[in-house]
Write a protein that binds this ligand. Structure first.
Ligand code: ATP
Ligand code: MG
Length: 440
C-alpha cells in the first residue's frame, strides 16, 4: 500500500474538541471520523486495528467452544415485551417503526433474541451446554456520548450467551468465560482486572467487570493491590483449574462503586494495599439463572420434567478497546503510539527518500514491500515527498512498530532500520526480514 493513495487523513495538531488522549489521537491519525454525536465511521487505519482486536476476541471465544453466529441489529419489540424489558430499558433504547407500523428497535444487547433462538432450536438437556457468541453493532442512546469510541451511541461488541441445565453447570460456563477474558486481554497486552460488579439492567446476581486502570476511565474501583500479582501470574492462567483460578481472585477485595462498602473495604484490606482509582470497563460478564428463560419459556426436557435453562451473558467492547489500548499504551513524552504488535495497523513502514529524478529508493522500497507481503507482513510505503524525519514522526504517531528507512545513508543491502521506541541502526535487509518474522 502506498501512503499517497491511502485514506489516512492525518491532522497537524490534536483536534481541540477531543478531551482525552485516545480520542485526540484517533481523530488526528484519521482512524475514525465522527458522523453525528456518538456515531463514527471507521477509516482504514482504525478499521484495521479494530478488525485485528476482533479476531483475537474471536479466537479466544472459539477456544472455549463457543459457537459464532450473527444476529441482526434490528429486533422486534415482541420478545422484549415477553421478558418485560421493553418498558424497563428506557430511553437508551432506539425505537423504530416500519411501514406496517410494527415496533422495532436497534438492539442494545441480545439476551431476548438469543433466548428466542434457543427455545425454538434446543429441546433436550443432552444438547447442553450451549455457548454462542456474535460480534455485532449495538446502539444505546447514551445520555452523554463522549470520549470518542469509549462512550458511543453506536458501538461494536462481542456478546456471548451460555445455556445450562443446572446452577453448577452454569457457574462452570461462567468460569470458562472468566478465563477466556483473562486470556483475551493478556493477548492484547492489557492488564484488565476482574472486579465484582453490579448487574444493572441485565439482572441476576453474579457479575464481574474487567477494568483497565486509567485516569480517564469512567468506572470507579476499590481494590486490594495484590490482585495485580494474580493477574500477572502467567503460570496460574495455564495450570489452575477454573475453580482454583476463581478462588485465587476471590482472595482479594476488588469491586466497582455500585458494590462498594467502606466497612468491608476497611476490614478486608490493609491501608498500604488499598487502591481507590478509576478505570475503563472493557468487558462485563453476568450470571442470571432463569431471569429470561422463565418469562420467555426457554426450557429443556430433563427426566420427564421441564427445566428452565440457566443463562449467563458475556460482553467485550471491541470498539471501546481500540481507545482503551491507546489510553493504556501511549507514550506521551515521545509522542509514540505503542500498539501491541498483534494489533498494530501495519507491522512495517518503508520510508524511502524520494528525489525528483532518482527513483532508486522507491524501486528498492517496492522490492522490500513485495518480499514482506509474501510473508504476510502488513506493510506500507510512504511515497510522499516529505522529509525522512517527518515521515518517521508520522509513523511513530500512527504506531508502526518497524520502520525501514531508505535515505542517503542506505547502501545496496545495508539500510537504516528502526524498531519503535529504539534507535536507528544500520542493518542488512536480510537481517531485518529475520528480525520482523521472528517477532511476529
Ligand atoms: P458502561 O457501564 O460503560 O455503560 P455497560 O455495563 O452498560 O457499560 P455492558 O452492557 O456490559 O456495558 O456491555 C458490554 C461491553 O460493551 C462493556 O464492557 C463496554 O466495554 C462496551 N460498551 C458498553 N457501552 C458502551 C458504549 N456506550 N460505547 C462503547 N462501548 C460500550
Ligand atoms: Mg451502559
Amino acid at each position: 500500500m502506498y501512503f499517497s493513495k491511502s485514506l489516512i487523513p492525518i491532522l497537524k495538531n490534536n483536534p481541540s474538541e477531543a478531551k482525552i488522549k485516545s480520542h485526540q489521537l484517533m481523530l488526528r491519525t484519521g482512524m475514525i471520523k465522527q458522523s453525528s454525536a456518538g456515531i463514527y465511521s471507521w477509516l482504514p487505519l482504525g478499521f484495521k486495528v479494530m478488525k485485528k482486536i476482533e479476531q483475537i476476541v474471536r479466537e479466544e471465544q472459539d477456544r472455549i467452544g463457543a459457537q459464532e453466529i450473527l444476529m441482526p441489529t434490528i429486533q422486534s419489540s415482541e420478545i422484549w415485551k415477553e421478558s418485560g424489558r421493553y418498558d424497563d430499558y428506557g430511553e437508551e433504547m432506539l425505537r423504530i417503526k416500519d411501514r406496517q407500523n410494527r415496533e422495532l428497535l436497534y438492539g442494545p444487547t441480545n439476551e431476548e433474541l438469543i433466548t428466542e433462538i434457543f427455545r425454538s432450536s434446543i429441546k433436550s438437556y443432552k444438547s447442553l451446554p450451549q455457548l454462542m457468541y456474535h460480534i455485532q453493532w449495538k446502539f444505546r442512546d447514551e445520555l452523554r456520548p463522549r470520549f470518542g469510541v469509549m462512550r458511543c451511541r453506536e458501538f461494536y461488541m462481542k456478546d456471548a450467551y451460555s445455556f445450562d441445565l443446572l446452577d453448577e453447570d452454569a457457574q462452570h460456563s461462567y468460569n470458562k468465560f472468566f478465563l477466556s477474558y483473562l486470556k483475551t486481554f493478556k493477548r492484547l497486552d492489557l492488564s484488565a482486572i476482574p472486579m465484582a460488579a453490579d448487574t444493572g439492567p441485565i439482572g441476576g446476581n453474579l457479575s464481574h467487570e474487567f477494568v483497565i486502570i486509567a485516569n480517564t476511565g469512567e468506572s470507579k474501583i476499590y481494590t486490594d493491590r495484590r490482585i495485580f500479582d494474580v493477574n500477572n501470574d502467567e503460570v496460574a492462567l495455564d495450570k489452575k483449574s477454573l475453580i482454583d483460578l476463581r478462588k485465587e481472585y476471590n482472595k482479594y477485595y476488588a469491586v466497582t462503586d455500585e458494590k462498594f462498602n467502606q466497612n468491608e473495604f476497611d476490614s478486608n484490606v490493609t491501608s498500604e494495599n488499598k487502591l481507590e482509582t478509576k478505570g475503563i470497563e472493557v468487558g462485563h460478564i453476568f450470571y442470571f439463572g432463569d431471569k429470561y428463560s422463565k418469562p420467555m419459556n426457554a426450557s429443556v426436557d430433563f427426566n420427564g420434567s421441564k427445566e428452565f435453562v440457566k443463562m449467563g451473558s458475556y460482553g467485550v467492547g471491541v470498539s471501546r478497546l481500540v481507545g482503551a489500548i491507546i489510553e493504556a499504551k501511549y507514550d506521551e513524552k515521545n509522542e509514540i503510539m505503542k500498539w501491541p504488535l498483534a494489533i498494530s495497523p501495519y507491522h512495517c513502514a518503508i520510508l524511502p527518500q524520494i528525489n525528483k529524478n532518482d527513483k532508486a529508493n522507491l524501486e528498492k522500497a517496492l522490492n522490500i514491500h513485495e518480499y514482506l507481503k509474501s510473508k504476510n507482513i502488513d506493510t506500507i510505503i510512504d511515497d510522499t515527498d516529505e522529509s525522512i524525519s517527518s515521515k518517521m514522526k508520522k509513523f511513530n504517531l500512527i504506531g508502526v512498530p518497524f520502520q525501514i528507512i531508505l535515505g542517503k545513508k542506505s547502501e545496496d543491502d545495508l539500510v537504516e532500520f528502526k524498531e519503535i521506541g529504539k534507535d536507528v541502526t544500520k542493518t542488512k535487509v536480510e537481517e531485518i526480514y529475520k528480525i520482523i518474522i521472528n517477532k511476529l
